[in-house]
Design a protein around this ligand. Structure first.
Ligand SMILES: [Zn+2]
Length: 689
């Protein structure tokens, strides 16, 4: 945790010293006055295209649920948002919030045709009053999601009608009384409208939009006060006072609301300019970590905040919402700790809670997840189906909302800077095409297998040589990084953003290597997690997949299967870690990252190597071999792995060779390990001894 705090402070100083004195980007709109200028500017949808494993991932998503679910799930098939007579609330807009960016990032005609079939009825529904969407919906909440859909669609398709629908709706909000009750979703989530509101202001400069946003901020639940006081603290957890009922404040302990709301003080910072709101965001994230923090950058909530114990779950909706919040917050504050967390969620929590083919997802994921089954567990309020990988476990919100995760991450890999350059926010194989300097278009191809490997090569393509600054983020976990470019080198340290300002010519390259040493993180009950780069590594457990007839036959669509997964090998291992020489006894094997050419399903980059029966369960991209000792007293409790016994644990068994694979590749896993007391077994640490 200390390292995190240091990186927060370092990044804040960098922000203050690195981005002042500029008048703003001439190619992309930053905030006009009277708003505070943001650190960076998000690029329009379509500027960044996935490559390498990330392309495979998005293709898998297109071949999986995102590209198909609206053909067979009744809530989407007959959605009132697309002109049907069915579901008229959040599910249509949730789905489109992921489908629209996916369709345009892949430039996929089939998906774009789907988008058209949804968007045309939505545009046609815009009424004289400014209200839009299904006639039978009277609730403002789903429109705050639909706003984000229209915003992205406008950026990618340049369809002026989408902008007009949004302007009319914000005029509706301006002209009608506030309606943001604390006891309702539209009230606790009211500031979601501000995402689109500020974007609209950047497009139009019309001041009345800011009055509308101020009215929302001043008449909805006060999340800034919430983060300052943080009522759902350790004492509330110990006393079992964290509410699940709406009337007693349950909506403020609701995990998805928390994942969304962490950006709300930051959004308002743009208009208030008051440091109080930046501080509330950073304090809120620290409190989530301290009280409810889980491996992979997330916090627990099953489905209300539920502490740090690794048997507790996190709902998928909250993972993708937290990711989106971090993408927005990074543009506003430019704080590198936010990008570190975005990578952690994207590369761990997101893939860990779906199957590699994106045909099934969980409602709740666990760090120590040793049995995936329909059983009662010690969730705060969720049902018995919550941790199976399926079509619609527990409730349908995640099936509608999960689609935004990978596409929006891809769209946020690069942002524009106020001095007409570009900044690498997060790393993944991709190409960004954007305007720099005075409107010169360049493209930068990022060749990398990150986060599995640390080497990154940037190739610059430009019709004419052009001077612009290229900013590159150094992750908070990295040691000193040396950047090589144009025969020069520049060195930077963890948490910094390095600035390379050159006259860049076609074919210029920047290369660097983010050295991925094994690291350890102390977790619940003194347990230990293993990290390498941004990835958490979990115990590889042999497993048996059983398809259960929960949802997959209900809709007559054979692509969808509900899976229970049972362990077929021991999971109750403690880890042998030599604190004097932490890397000792851990051997890393890097495999080729994209090599599963299933033409119909894309490459399965988040596969693991331990199951029979399912074709997407291949060898993991990185495998770490080490040794552990089983702890006989550590068993199941309430159908989950019991909390890890307090470390260090005295173990008498024989050390065994075990394998660790990325959290995102492990559908069964131990991620928070007891640490073995090594005083008696230190001489057998190295595999092969
Ligand atoms: Zn959900």
């Amino acid at each position: 945790m200390n390292k995190l705090i240091i990186s927060l402070i370092t990044a804040s100083f960098l922000f203050l010293s690195g981005c002042t004195g500029k008048t703003g980007n001439v190619n992309y709109n930053n905030n006009p006055e009277p708003l505070v200028s943001n650190a960076y500017i998000k690029l329009p949808l379509g500027s960044i295209k996935p490559e390498g494993w990330l392309l495979s991932q998005l293709e898998a998503q297109a071949a999986g649920l995102t590209g198909n679910v609206d053909d067979f799930w009744p809530d989407l098939v007959s959605s009132s948002w697309r002109g049907g007579t069915g579901e008229a609330w959040e599910r249509g807009p949730y789905f489109l919030d992921g489908l629209v960016p996916l369709a345009y990032l892949l430039d996929d005609d089939r998906l774009k045709e789907k988008v058209k079939n949804w968007i045309e009825p939505i545009i046609a529904s815009s009424s004289d009053s400014g209200w839009y969407g299904p006639e039978k919906n009277k609730d403002r909440w789903p429109l705050s999601v639909a706003n984000k859909v229209l915003m992205q669609y406008y950026e990618a398709a340049s369809d002026q009608r989408a902008l007009e629908v949004l302007k009319k709706y914000f005029r509706y909000l301006h002209d009608n009384p506030p309606d943001w009750p604390d006891m309702d979703w539209r009230g606790v989530r009211a500031m979601e409208n501000a995402v689109t509101g500020y974007w609209l202001f950047r497009q139009t400069g019309e001041q009345w939009i800011l009055k509308t946003i101020a009215s929302i901020q001043n008449n909805c639940f006060d999340w800034t006060d919430y983060y300052e006081k943080f009522p759902w603290d350790s004492a509330a957890l110990a006393d079992k006072r964290i509410p699940t009922a709406r009337q007693s404040g349950g909506l403020t302990a609701h995990v998805v609301n928390n994942g969304m709301a962490i950006k709300y003080p930051g959004l308002w910072y743009q208009q208030s300019g008051n440091e109080r709101y930046r501080n509330a965001v950073l304090a809120g994230i620290q409190k989530y970590d301290k009280i409810h923090g889980q491996a992979g950058g997330r916090f627990s909530g099953d489905e209300h905040l539920s502490g740090k114990s690794p048997d507790h779950g996190t709902e998928l909706c909250s993972v993708v919402e937290y990711m989106f919040s971090l993408e927005e917050l990074y543009a506003i504050f430019g704080d590198n700790s936010l990008a570190d967390r975005l990578e952690s969620l994207t590369f761990n929590a997101l893939p860990g809670t779906t199957t590699p083919d994106m045909w099934a997802h969980q409602y709740d994921q666990q760090s120590n997840q040793v049995l995936v089954s329909v059983h009662k567990r010690s969730w705060s309020s969720n049902g018995d189906y919550s941790n199976i990988y399926g079509l619609m476990p527990n409730f349908g919100c995640c099936l509608a909302n999960m689609h935004q995760g990978w596409p929006k991450f891809t769209s946020s890999l690069w942002m524009a800077t106020n001095d007409n350059g570009l900044v690498a926010v997060a790393y993944s194989p991709s190409t960004v095409k954007a305007q720099v300097d005075n409107g010169t278009e360049v493209s930068i191809r990022e060749v990398t297998d990150y986060p599995f490997k640390g080497d990154v090569k940037l190739e610059i393509n430009t019709a004419k040589a052009v001077r612009f600054p290229l900013y590159l983020r150094v992750p908070g976990w990295a040691d000193e990084v040396i950047f090589n470019y144009k025969g020069k080198t520049k060195t930077a340290i963890a948490g910094e953003t390095v600035k390379l300002e050159e006259k860049w010519a076609d074919g210029d390259q920047v290369t660097f290597s983010l050295q991925m040493d094994i690291r350890f993180e102390k977790r619940y009950n003194n347990s230990v997690s293993v990290l390498r780069g941004p990835l958490y590594y979990s115990l590889r457990i042999d497993k048996e997949f059983n398809s259960i007839k929960l949802n997959y036959d209900n809709y007559g669509y054979k692509g969808s299967i509900d899976w229970e997964i049972k362990p077929e090998s021991a999971w109750n291992y403690g880890l042998m870690i030599d604190n004097a020489n932490p890397g000792r006894g851990f051997e890393v094997a890097e495999n080729p990252v994209t090599r599963y050419p299933f033409a119909d399903k894309g490459d399965m980059v988040w596969s693991s190597d331990s199951a029979k029966y399912v074709k997407w369960d291949q060898e993991a991209a990185v495998v770490i071999t080490t040794r552990g000792i089983t702890i006989p007293g550590w068993t199941l409790k309430d159908n989950s792995s019991d909390i890890p016994p307090r470390s260090p644990v005295k173990a008498t068994g024989t050390p065994k060779i075990i394998k660790l694979i990325p959290y995102g590749s492990a559908r069964l896993r131990i991620t928070e390990f007891p640490a073995i007391d090594l005083t008696r077994v230190v001489d057998v640490m190295r595999p092969g001894n």
